[in-house]
Design a protein around this ligand. Structure first.
Ligand code: FNR
Length: 356
């Protein structure tokens, strides 16, 4: 694997992917303002390291929702891994398990959750859900996810409708190529068979009552993905969810939402340490992770980089992404004088005197 950084890996993936598939993965909604903002926010925030603290090698292991993980880096749910590489989600699951990282399986995976769980062979899987207006179907899927051994349900709440992605419209990308489908959307048929895949529906009327319903429908921990407003973070606390994932869907839903990094501090203040906070959007370097942790995240999630690794080299490519970020985080923490996440705080962040 030649890529020295995740940016180089994206270039390698772009060379290998069909242009339409690359755009589907890379693109965002409308003018892609949010997409760009996510990455730029990390570059604009400086780190001011501490020295001479004698901390030794940084310790990255942590526990999220009762799951031990080798690092505070979770694989975010992304659709269609078999469009990136024929081994698809199985390859991602194997690489995550080998690295001791948590993989969040997308509801729109092109491999069934049961097969991903088999490939993961004891690794930790979480499952992302778009609550379907057909609650019976949603409940049956939750039972499948529980039976497959998933350890948390990540409910995406930023998608009452689908964001408008103009790259896909321009490329005429309307459907998966034949032979691929959203395998989790195939309802059970007679004698253990599965029927044809239903399209994923978005719930325009999604509300907190649905979250209450989910809370009653499963004993799995619930993570709300796609919160960006501190008032909603307070609601999440009141409604008894188990964690929040601060996300603007990688700039693919509502355009012009600010960078998640900028939205994190008021959410961390609203949560006040009472729930774990994850953040995704634009994480491409170990230093990005240090900044997210310094502003109050307990862990981060990564979306596109995993697809770039998969497209470049299947399982080995995803392993490379996880190892690159793990070693960059370890190095960045060491250079900041931090021995563990508890050493990473706002004192490391530079407040510019020149920019208003
Ligand atoms: C996504 N994301 C996403 N989120 C979700 O809840 N369910 C899904 O099926 C998908 N699918 C998906 C496909 C692709 C191609 C992308 C790029 C993203 C959003 C994802 O979980 C995450 O929020 C962002 O990808 C994070 O931003 P970065 O790391 O890609 O910058």
């Amino acid at each position: 694997m030649k890529a020295l950084s995740l940016r180089e890996l994206e270039a390698e993936a772009q060379r290998r992917l069909e242009p339409g598939a690359y755009d589907l993965f890379a693109g965002g909604a409308d003018d892609e303002v949010t997409l760009r903002a996510n990455e730029n926010a990390f570059a604009r925030l400086g780190l001011v390291p501490r020295v001479l603290r004698g901390r030794g090698r940084p310790q990255l292991e942590t526990t999220l929702l009762g799951c031990r993980t080798s690092m505070p880096i979770v694989i975010a749910p992304t659709a269609f891994h078999r469009l990136a590489h024929p081994d698809g989600e199985r390859a991602t699951a194997r690489a995550a398990a080998a690295a001791g990282a948590i993989m969040t399986v997308s509801m729109a995976s092109t491999t069934a959750i049961e097969e991903i769980a088999e490939a993961s062979a004891g690794g930790t899987l979480w499952f992302q859900l778009y609550l379907q207006p057909d609650l019976g179907f949603t409940e049956a899927l939750i039972r499948r996810v529980e039976a497959a051994g998933c350890k948390a349900l990540v409910v995406t709440v930023d998608s009452p409708v689908f964001g408008r992605r103009e790259r896909d419209l321009r490329n005429g990308f309307t459907d998966l190529p034949s032979g691929l489908c959203c395998e989790n959307m195939r309802p059970a048929g007679p004698g253990g068979t599965r029927g044809p895949a239903r399209p994923i529906a978005f719930s325009e009327a999604l509300s907190w009552e649905h979250i209450d319903w989910l809370r009653k429908s499963t004993s799995l921990p619930l993570v709300l993905k796609g919160l960006v407003h501190p008032a909603d973070a307070k609601m999440a606390l009141e409604r008894g969810v188990d964690a929040v994932l601060v996300s603007n869907h990688g700039g693919r839903q509502l355009d012009t939402i600010p960078a998640t990094l900028e939205l994190l501090p008021p959410i961390a203040e609203a949560i006040g340490g009472r729930l774990p906070i994850l953040l995704d959007g634009g994480i491409r370097r170990g230093t990005d992770i240090v900044k997210a942790l310094a502003l109050g995240a307990n862990a981060v999630a990564i979306g596109r980089p995993v697809l770039w690794g998969l497209a470049a080299e299947g399982e080995a490519g995803v392993a490379h992404v996880l190892e690159t970020l793990r070693s960059e985080l370890e190095r960045a923490m060491a250079l900041c004088g931090c021995g563990s996440a508890s050493d990473v705080g706002p004192e490391l962040l530079h407040v510019s005197r020149w920019e208003k």
